[in-house]
Design a binder for this molecule. Structure first.
Ligand code: IMP
Ligand code: MG
Length: 176
């Protein structure tokens, strides 16, 4: 499969190097305490797989499947939650692992969902934070992989119409 890639924004080497740095930051914050990593599906699965192995920590894995759909106006964005595979988060250290922060509702929803179980702590780790976006919600990001311009990207878990998630890099696709 040859994807219609206009530009590779972040190649595999840079992703790997940044994940190693993030893992170091995260380890130093938790200092050996066990953590529940909550990945937001579908986009977060590849980042989670690489991050959890780089961490080398005592972790449990949970999944929260979210999909967003646009309301009738630009500013309405509803989040649908399904297919829950979350361990009990009460009293746990929880780290949400997300692929990208765009307009904000997905991560904001995940934070509210996890917070409702009264974790001992709740933090967020986002691989890509888009700059110059008009946010609807402003969820806090504790660990950021990369900040990128306001462009649509695919690869490393991120899709365009469910394709290209498997690409080992982050790219701007050629869309017609
Ligand atoms: P939100 O607008 O921050 O709630 O982001 C919603 C979701 O849209 C993200 O979790 C991604 O799954 C998806 N998304 C946002 N920007 C992109 C992109 O550039 N490429 C692919 N998916 C994206
Ligand atoms: Mg996502």
């Amino acid at each position: 499969m040859t994807p219609p890639v206009r530009e590779i924004l972040i190649d595999r080497k840079r992703i790997d190097a940044r994940i190693a740095e993030l893992a170091e930051e995260i380890r130093s914050v938790y200092g050996g305490q066990p953590v529940v990593l909550v990945s937001i599906l579908k986009g977060g699965f590849i980042f989670l797989a690489d991050l959890c192995r780089a961490l080398g920590m005592d972790v449990e894995i949970g999944f929260l499947a979210l999909s967003s759909y646009q309301g009738e106006t630009e500013r309405q964005s509803k989040i649908q939650e399904s297919n829950l595979a979350l361990p009990d988060l009460t009293g746990r250290h929880v780290l949400i692992v997300e692929d990208i922060l765009d307009r904000g509702p997905s991560l904001a929803h995940a934070i509210r969902r996890c917070q409702s179980e009264n974790p001992q702590s709740l933090r967020t780790c986002v691989l890509l934070v888009k700059e110059g976006v008009e946010r609807i919600e402003y969820p806090p990001v504790d660990f950021t992989g990369f900040t990128i311009p306001n462009v649509f990207v695919v690869g490393y878990g991120l899709d365009y119409r469910e394709r290209y998630r498997q690409l080992p890099f982050i790219a701007v696709p050629e869309l017609d």
